[in-house]
Design a protein around this ligand. Structure first.
Ligand code: ATP
Ligand code: MG
Length: 443
């Protein structure tokens, strides 16, 4: 009878992906969870899954011992088990080999069937049912592929920026004042004072260009987004980049090369995942198209949208434009100064009506915002006042501007938004392990 047992001295000798006919008939130990079981009477097939794939365990009556055959019959989906046995070629099995069990150890027997299908690409239940049992949901092949691609994105970003002589930093997530405007802040208790969760590392990464010139951070940003959308999380991961002695054109060029590098790296490292997702990576060509904000407003007005110069451009509005070039990555540049945060540098023409800023878009979805930043104190104080912020509250930040802050520029790129563009995920919640939104704070 199948009973739960401790791991004891059992250790895995091979991952599923390493089980192949070339192993010969030496004994192996594989471990993982049961993805599926098939009962053919005198023959039991168990598909055992681990981090790296699947291996078929084949228990045939008469071939393996009677107790092992009986145990194999009792194995339930999701149980966490180990199998000792010999490998033999089997054309129809994953990697062309199967394991004939001589011992089965059940570490933890599943007590329930999962309330959703584990194998297919699409799920038959709503996302909330899946999220309630997220760790189980994450065993699905579909999400496995998504999160392996996410890993490649992060590795490729780090490798790319290291080649460009960036250093990785971590900035405080508990902060005293807003950086991106006051509405979307989460207040917290900080000893006897009120503080906030950081909406972005903006001011810190700017300060760090004084000493380190080129910095980046991969970290959480917190936004109290009041609305329920498929593209907003309350806690997201931002890839924040800031560089000294350059302007917004230079960082746009850096960003587009970074994106192309990410796509190339996924092609190299995640061919199997892409095949499983049946999804094509975006076709990209350098440089990405650039549209000025003013030109887009004209186009939108021509398309019949009731939009005014100075309004934000929403995804709904963007969808009314028919232009193939707007289906992939492109930049919207030179936004009205009034639409952007106080630290964004106004242009020199027209009394600074537009600023040196850009959004990187993918179709109607915003991926990133960036700009040249103001590096002089008087200009920064003036912009703060115009936006109704109190410069006194930013004293801790403004004081470093007395010591030669270099001209600098940068951007924040949303990791989950980028994942949506790369893998065609429809709901941003599937691009993060444990999503946080207005309705969800657990698991
Ligand atoms: P949006 O207009 O789409 O709400 P935003 O302009 O408020 O975004 P920024 O402050 O420009 O966002 O942040 C930089 C990037 O961080 C965005 O382009 C986006 O990729 C990502 N981001 C911002 N807020 C969120 C969020 N709530 N959930 C997921 N990603 C976000
Ligand atoms: Mg933005």
């Amino acid at each position: 009878m199948l009973q739960e047992q401790d791991l004891g001295h059992w250790r895995r000798t091979h991952y599923s992906s390493e089980i192949s006919p070339s192993i010969g008939d030496s004994e192996v130990v594989v471990m993982g969870w049961v993805a599926s079981v098939r009962d053919h009477g005198n023959i039991q097939f168990i598909i055992l899954k681990d981090m790296h794939g699947e291996v078929q365990i084949t228990a045939k009556k008469g071939e393996c011992s009677e107790p092992i055959f009986e145990m194999a019959k009792e194995v339930k989906e999701h149980s966490s088990i180990g199998v000792r046995g010999k490998v033999r070629p089997q054309e129809k099995a994953p990697n062309g080999a199967e394991v004939v069990p001589s011992e089965i150890r059940a570490f933890s027997i599943a007590k329930k069937a999962a309330p959703f299908m584990m194998q297919g690409k699409t799920s038959t239940v709503g996302i909330d049912t899946r999220l309630d049992l997220r760790a189980v949901d994450l065993r699905r092949n579909y999400l496995g592929a998504i999160f392996r691609i996410r890993q490649t994105v992060l590795n490729s970003v780090r490798e790319f920026l290291a080649r460009q002589k960036f250093i990785e930093v971590n900035t405080p997530k508990m902060i005293a004042t807003a950086t991106e405007g006051g509405a979307a802040l989460f207040p917290i208790f900080y000893y006897d004072r009120e503080a906030f969760l950081a909406q972005s590392p903006q001011l810190y990464k700017e300060q760090l260009t004084m000493a380190f010139e080129s910095v980046f951070e991969v970290g959480p940003i917190f936004r109290a987004e009041p609305s329920r959308t498929n593209r907003h999380l309350s806690e997201a991961i931002s890839i924040d980049v800031e560089r000294a002695f350059v302007d917004y054109n230079d960082v746009m060029s850096l960003l587009e090369r970074m994106i192309v590098n990410i796509i190339e790296t996924i092609k190299e490292r995640n061919a199997d995942d892409l095949k499983f997702l049946e999804s094509q990576l975006p076709a990209v060509e350098l440089p990405f198209p650039k549209y000025t904000y003013s030109d887009l407003i004209d186009k939108l007005q021509e398309a019949g949208e009731r939009i005014q110069w100075g309004d934000d451009i929403s995804p709904q509005v963007m969808k009314s434009l028919q232009d193939d070039r707007l289906n992939s990555f492109y930049f919207i540049i030179d936004w009205p100064t009034s639409t952007k945060p106080f630290y964004v540098k106004p242009g020199t023409a027209d009394g600074g009506r537009v600023c040196e800023s850009f959004d990187l878009m993918y179709g109607a979805l915003e991926m990133s915002s960036g700009s040249t930043r103001i590096n002089r104190k008087d200009q920064l104080v003036e912009r703060m006042s115009k936006q109704g912020l109190k410069p006194d509250a930013f004293d801790y930040h403004l004081r470093v501007f007395d010591y030669g802050v270099p001209p600098h520029a940068g951007f924040g790129l949303g990791l989950e938004r980028l994942m949506m563009a790369l893998t065609k995920i429809e709901n941003i919640r599937d691009a993060t392990l444990y999503p946080r939104d207005i309705d969800r704070l657990a698991p």
